[in-house]
Design a protein around this ligand. Sequence first.
Ligand SMILES: NC(=O)c1ccc[n+]([C@@H]2O[C@H](COP(=O)([O-])OP(=O)(O)OC[C@H]3O[C@@H](n4cnc5c(N)ncnc54)[C@H](OP(=O)(O)O)[C@@H]3O)[C@@H](O)[C@H]2O)c1
Length: 403
Amino acid sequence: MLRICVIQTGRQSHLCTPVRRFSQAGTRWAPLVSQAVMFKDYGKPSEVLSVVSRPIEPLTPSTVHVRILAAPVNPSDINQIEGVYPAKPTFDPKWGAVAGNEGVAQIVALGEAVQRTSDLEVGDWVLPLNRAFGTWQTYASVEASDLAKIPHDQVPLLGAASLTVNPSTAYRMLRDFVDLNPGRYIPVTTTPLTRDYVIQSGANSGVGQAVIQLCRCWGFKSINIIRDRPTAADTMAQLKALGADYVFTDEQLRTIETRNQLKSLDGPIALGLDCVGGRTTMELGRNLSSSASLVVYGGMSKRPMSLPVSLFIFRNLAVQGYWMNHWYRTHSLADRMPMWTDLLKLMQLGQLRPAAFEPLLWVPSGDRMDAVQQLRTVIEAIQASSAGFAGKKHALVMDPSLL
Ligand SMILES: NC(=O)c1ccc[n+]([C@@H]2O[C@H](COP(=O)([O-])OP(=O)(O)OC[C@H]3O[C@@H](n4cnc5c(N)ncnc54)[C@H](OP(=O)(O)O)[C@@H]3O)[C@@H](O)[C@H]2O)c1
């Protein structure tokens, strides 16, 4: 059953329009009202989500007020609402938890100590450093130390909004497991220039698209597996336009012709990346070269992965899991910034494009029915992405003028 409720606090003028009023001293703000997608209990998104307009915490010396500009809808956000994701949000006893784990925000006000001691300024674009931040809302109050300032010149809005999950996951998986060869000539032998290959499932996912583009930027070759579909040729063409060297459907991967083609490549398939599980993991594993690594980072098929024992014994296959959240928990801002700087530079150069997103406008209008319609749109987007073959990712966009 679809349960949609819009909770209002204060006067109508506070429902959706942020009210900012200075005191005579010019230092205090009237309550800033945020319109948020919230949940009080875990469950099906269509049953537990509601739109809530509530005042955010007043500014303190160490906090800043931010306006969220855009926030993607990732599979982990949906799993979090369902209660099956290990990173749990904070539930306010009165309001519940705000959905959404990542996004980009703009500073609208700075606490007194922040003004004196940091380089943050009103207008800066920032990323939340903590997962489960609650990005599906229009405004938030946050400790300045929980934000990272990023450049935004020439950076696409949705590129910045989706930086911390998909491209960062692709970046780490390509760097942290295998020392991939981008094509080195070995002079003492007659070996020609060879490059390492990466094979991945879910190649049309947000992570998959970032993997393809980073492989192209860094000199690795990519073999990309998608699920079969009537429009497979279009999806293949889109991935090739991003820089994919090979694209196969899962059906094609099972054929002897494809197996032979992959056996005769000019370099080893040294790394496999799997976000699907089930039989797909086995098909990826079978095509990996000797002593390769297989990194499992998602289970979209919701099926246990299966791998033949022989791959471990005779081909020395190494299988590991990867979770970006764990990396963030164990790495400081100083570790994160070089990665984000690299990725942002590639975005500025146009070499790393964000996945294709359908924007969901989340612009408070003051009209209750608009809020109801907005929530319905978000829930439909969640349902579409959970059903598979979505074709596009979705993102809440609070300022469409920046698209
Ligand atoms: N471990 C980590 O740190 C980490 C970080 C980021 C993402 N992830 C995981 O990586 C996966 C992709 O995330 P994303 O944000 O890139 O997702 P996304 O852009 O929303 O794409 C979803 C992908 O999953 C595929 N898919 C959907 N249902 C499927 C099914 N039943 N069987 C097989 N494939 C299916 C889709 O292919 P179709 O077009 O064929 O439906 C698409 O390739 C998710 O499992 C996510 O949780 C993990």
